[in-house]
Design a protein around this ligand. Structure first.
Ligand code: ZN
Length: 263
């Protein structure tokens, strides 16, 4: 079984309807034998990447698609927190994503704390976007794992998934997260040729993933960042790792099934 824990309903160059992209996603899943995908909405309404409401409507009757919640920090208020809580209660969202670096906001910003408490209350993970954007390396200061470990320390029951392994600084991200049993990593983007090149090559990527799995086999989840990244390349990356069959099963589906509490 394979669960892709990190996809978006978005288009790259050629404009497409979100409905069409959802069909592309389902086709791509069939082609790559992906059993379930977890869709991450954008935190702002726009025509390029589906937001929370759009994703909710699109995946309503799809038993192989799940979704994550998100909101911009400026929208956090009593009413919206109640709305998020309701979505958690109904298991319509199975986690929450924040985008430090896309937004000039630190994960330690106090305004996020009520959301973190909801994640803990309903036992769903917090996903944090990390790493550089090509053409804007400075944005990574907002998602530096040195801030993330502060949250992990303050909320030991909060399960935190670091997306994109704070690329290109993989070694630093590995070291600084040592000892945190509530920090997880998805593989999204790590097979992307540009990410591989800037992060020090495929040997470096594989080495870090193996070290992370050997440190705690529960901490790595398969994710691709489709359609930005190629699904097959990510499957091949995990398959190429010199780890046990059971460790591969954990990456491909067991860890995300557990974290997102899928059946
Ligand atoms: Zn993504």
């Amino acid at each position: 079984m394979i669960i892709d824990s990190h996809v978006h309903i978005s288009y790259l160059k050629k404009k497409k309807s979100f409905f069409q992209i959802k069909d592309d996603l389902l086709l791509n899943m069939r082609q790559n034998k992906i059993d379930y995908s977890i869709v991450i909405p954008d935190n702002i309404s726009n025509s390029q990447c589906a937001d929370l409401q759009v994703v909710m409507d699109l995946i309503k009757n799809k038993s192989n698609l799940y979704m994550i919640g998100t909101i911009r920090i400026a929208q956090i208020n009593k009413i919206n927190l109640l709305e998020i809580e309701k979505l958690f209660q109904l298991k319509i969202i199975r986690g929450f994503k924040i985008f430090p670096g896309h937004d000039p906001i630190y994960p330690t910003d106090k305004r996020w704390h009520p959301v973190y408490k909801l994640c803990i209350k309903y036992d769903f993970p917090l996903i944090i976007h990390t790493g550089i954007n090509v053409g804007n390396r400075k944005c990574a200061r907002y998602n530096n794992p040195k801030h993330i470990i502060k949250i992990a320390k303050k909320y030991p029951k909060l399960k935190i998934i670091i997306a994109h392994y704070f690329w290109p600084k993989l070694d630093y991200c590995f070291s600084i997260t040592n000892g945190f049993n509530n920090i997880y990593f998805d593989t999204s983007g790590l097979a992307d040729p540009e990410v591989v090149k800037i992060s020090g090559g495929i040997k470096k990527i594989k080495g870090i993933l193996i070290k992370t799995i050997k440190r705690r086999a529960e901490s790595v989840l398969f994710g691709t960042d489709w359609p930005m990244c190629n699904v097959k390349k990510h499957i091949n990356l995990v398959n190429s790792l010199d780890i046990t069959k059971e460790e591969k099963n954990k990456i491909f589906y067991k860890n995300s099934r557990h974290l997102f509490r899928l059946k």
